[in-house]
Design a protein around this ligand. Structure first.
Ligand SMILES: Nc1ncnc2c1ncn2[C@@H]1O[C@H](COP(=O)(O)OP(=O)(O)OP(=O)(O)O)[C@@H](O)[C@H]1O
Ligand SMILES: CC(C)(CO)[C@@H](O)C(=O)NCCC(=O)O
Length: 417
């Protein structure tokens, strides 16, 4: 959980504060369809596809077969191969993008399946439509050569944290319902409820992106932020440890197991040490004193169930992230802490734990916020970058674009941790 160095980024201020301000400096021409944004993370690849719904008859006539096949394949399925999934419940209709109106589709698959995805792109003859595709996340670097060699596609790369912030802003502004919410009375199972939160004036806020690892950003405006910290104990750690301890095969299975377990059989609580509260310093007997602390006993190890181990792993990782986030928020003087990333997918246990921890340990001064499209903001921001910069298909990119495209982002300082 080492803190990493902080760096501050400033982006060109948009000309106005319209909902699409982040893409106001659009190209005078539109990149050719299909429009994709791809975020290739350490665990999951997120693919956002914009399906135009305002296609004119003339456009239909001119549309090439390959484009039609790709659109049909993506929009008429919700599963692709064994591991690809379209999150239909997240779909956004009637979205304005690049002067068009369409549906935004949210697709994910394990990054370990990238070779199969590249094969599919080859089979669908993608390179006849585009010479490059916009990508963010570490995999945009890692898989660059494979894309080039296998399918003759160049990856037009964008920074994952720039994309995250831009994507968050676009989706929050365009979601006709509420994108942002918090958990009211998270510690009371009977009364706990999900409550919409008005996120129109979100800044300053702390963004805690819980992916395989965790990045923590202090965001001061739509165009200015710094990565203040990070921790390697993230969603990948939860799934890795849980797989080792329980033999579970998937994230869904790990969460299901955790929902049935009791972490207090595994963790040593303050009351296991004090026999009650440690009142002088306000530590109640129910507080975890030592995560997995009961496992030093052979007897306790024998009676530990898989579900208890899964729950304790989830609680340990979540509480550690909450604790680091709280310290960062104090250091930055920020009250609203927004938790995102796919670790929170189907994971209300962690969301409620984070909500309670932020509220309790800050004496009610901090608020934990959550977003419906939790893991897709990087991919969305990447699609917005396509609108802003185009692809090299229009001949605007240089030949040696091995660097991340950074035309609108200026790194102004490196702040030591
Ligand atoms: N179907 C799934 N398969 C694998 N992990 C999942 C799944 N659903 C949720 N997760 C959780 O989400 C995490 C990945 O989240 P996310 O997609 O936001 O990060 P990433 O982009 O892959 O990682 P990083 O940003 O660190 O490169 C996993 O480590 C796991 O805890
Ligand atoms: C390396 C990234 C940024 C890749 O998304 C992420 O996994 C992360 O922030 N990991 C934590 C690294 C650290 O700050 O310790």
């Amino acid at each position: 959980m080492a803190a990493t160095s902080a760096s501050e980024c400033v982006r060109d201020e948009p000309d106005n504060d319209s909902p699409t301000a982040s893409v106001t400096r659009e190209l005078p021409f539109k990149p050719p369809m299909p429009w994709f944004g791809m975020d290739i993370g350490g665990s999951l690849t997120k693919l956002i596809y914009f399906e135009p719904k305002d296609i004119t008859d003339e456009e239909k006539e001119q549309e090439v077969e390959t484009l039609r096949v790709i659109r049909k394949y993506l929009t008429s399925n919700t599963a692709y191969g064994k591991t690809g999934v379209r999150d239909e419940q997240l779909e956004m209709c009637d979205m304005p993008l690049g002067g068009r109106i369409g549906t935004i589709h949210f697709i994910r698959f394990p990054s370990s399946e990238m070779t199969a995805f590249i094969e599919l792109a080859k089979a669908k003859n993608f390179s006849s439509l585009a010479k490059s595709i916009c990508a963010t996340g570490g995999g945009a670097y890692k898989f660059e050569d494979e894309f080039k060699k296998q399918v003759h596609l160049r990856l037009h790369k964008f920074d994952e944290l720039d994309c995250l912030i831009q994507g968050m802003q676009y989706i929050d502004r365009h979601n006709p319902g509420f994108e942002c919410y918090y958990w009211k009375q998270p510690n009371e199972p009977e009364q706990c409820e999900k409550v919409p939160f008005d996120f129109r004036n979100p800044y300053p806020c702390l963004i805690v992106n819980i992916g395989s690892g965790v990045s923590i950003l202090a965001v001061y405006s739509a165009t200015k932020y710094s990565r203040v910290s990070g921790t390697s104990l993230g969603g990948g750690t939860f799934l890795g440890l849980c797989s080792l301890l329980t033999g579970c095969e998937t994230f869904e299975e790990a969460i299901e197991l955790a929902s049935l377990g009791d972490s207090t059989n595994i963790d040593k609580l303050v009351r296991d040490i004090y026999g009650g509260d440690y009142g002088r310093f306000n530590l109640s007997g129910d507080t975890v004193a030592s995560s997995f602390g009961n496992m030093i006993s052979q007897e306790r190890r024998k009676t530990a169930s898989k579900s208890d181990l899964a729950r304790a792993t989830l609680v340990t990782i979540t509480n550690n992230i909450g604790s680091i986030a709280r310290m960062c928020a104090i250091q930055q003087g920020i009250q609203n802490v927004v938790f995102v990333g796919n670790f929170l997918r189907v994971n209300t246990i962690s969301m409620k734990l984070l909500a309670h921890a932020m509220d309790f340990w800050s004496q009610g001064t901090m608020k934990a916020l959550f977003l419906e499209h939790e893991g897709y903001f990087g991919a969305m921001g990447c699609l917005l970058e396509l609108m802003r910069t185009g692809t090299d298909d229009e001949g605007i990119m240089s030949d040696e674009d091995s660097e991340t495209e950074e035309t609108s982002v200026e790194t102004v300082s490196i702040i030591p941790p």
